[in-house]
Ligand binder design. Structure first.
Ligand code: LIP
Length: 281
């Protein structure tokens, strides 16, 4: 039987390439930076233009499909995952990197049907690396198959996470304590490339062994989740339970042993966890 979503995947790769070209061109010009929810939550006109390009190109061919896009949500659209075929879009994952011309900037798109991820595309456009993954068919970088390192020992692992300012002091302290807790295992090191989607692809191709993050969104995770899963990686919730695309937190790793060790080692610093804690008080 032919693949019902192949046409969507082909279009996704084509549109993602165009989006990457637009981002590379924008890097040659002055970048005007605006703030969203806080002084460290940045957006540029390029984020908005790239998202418009992606959504309008896809809508032309698939008008009945649904969309969750970072900048559309910032402008007031709902971020609700339904059973519909849904494109989950981060036009620039790593906006802070883009603003500083730090070279990990990606376009990330995940496609879900009945809330299951069918495929993911992540284009790290400054590196010119196009990661693609189709459920059950493996993961690729620029067309070559990729796989995770297979590392089972946390103490031999290179771990990725992101260290962002958080205006909630308790959450900020938890984030720092988590970094200390992982570093003192000890692991080989912690790195912060600055794009969630790229982080997952780095685990997918074996350049890092694990990545954990709390407080990110479905558009940061959907594309990379497909890539790392199809590369043989393990993806789970920070609690050690099943991964939930709408939960705003995840662990990905080269093996279940490494993922479970991270789950044991870190406390939940996501906004949802602190909301639950305050409701319980
Ligand atoms: C970013 C993530 C990054 C994280 C930032 C932000 P954006 O996504 O990819 O890893 O540290 O807080 O969520 O906002 O550039 O799409």
């Amino acid at each position: 039987m032919s693949d019902p979503w192949q046409e969507c995947l082909d279009l996704c790769v084509e549109v993602t390439k165009k989006a990457g070209e637009m981002i590379r061109e924008a890097l040659q010009k002055d970048i005007a930076v605006m703030q969203k929810s806080s002084p460290v939550d940045l957006v540029t006109e390029t984020d908005q233009r790239v998202e418009q390009l992606i959504i309008s190109s896809i809508k032309e061919k698939f008008p009945a499909h649904s969309f969750i896009g970072e900048e559309s949500v910032a402008a007031g659209a709902a971020s609700v995952l339904t059973d519909d075929p849904t494109w989950i879009i981060d036009p620039i994952d790593g906006t802070t990197n883009f603003v500083h011309r730090f070279p990990f900037v990606s376009v990330s798109i995940g496609f879900t049907v009945k809330k299951e991820i069918e495929f993911g595309v992540v284009y790290s456009c400054i590196e010119d690396k196009m990661y693609t993954a189709r459920k059950g068919k493996g993961a690729f970088c620029n067309g070559a198959p990729i796989k995770v390192s297979g590392q089972e020992d946390i103490s031999r692992s290179l771990v990725l996470t992101e260290m962002n300012f958080d205006k909630d002091p308790a959450r900020f302290r938890t984030m720092l304590a988590n970094v200390e807790s992982i570093l003192t295992i000890p692991v080989h090191g912690i790195r912060s490339p600055g794009s969630a989607a790229v982080n997952m692809c780095l685990v997918a191709c074996g350049s890092a062994d694990a990545y954990y993050h709390m407080g990110i969104h479905c558009w940061d995770m959907a594309g990379g989740a497909a890539v790392v899963t199809e590369a043989g990686g393990v993806i789970m919730d920070i609690s050690g339970g099943p991964f939930d695309l709408m939960s705003r937190r995840l662990i990905v790793a080269s093996s279940r042993a490494v993922a479970e060790r991270i789950a044991k080692q870190v406390a939940d610093q996501s906004p949802e966890a602190s909301a639950q804690r305050s409701a319980a008080c």
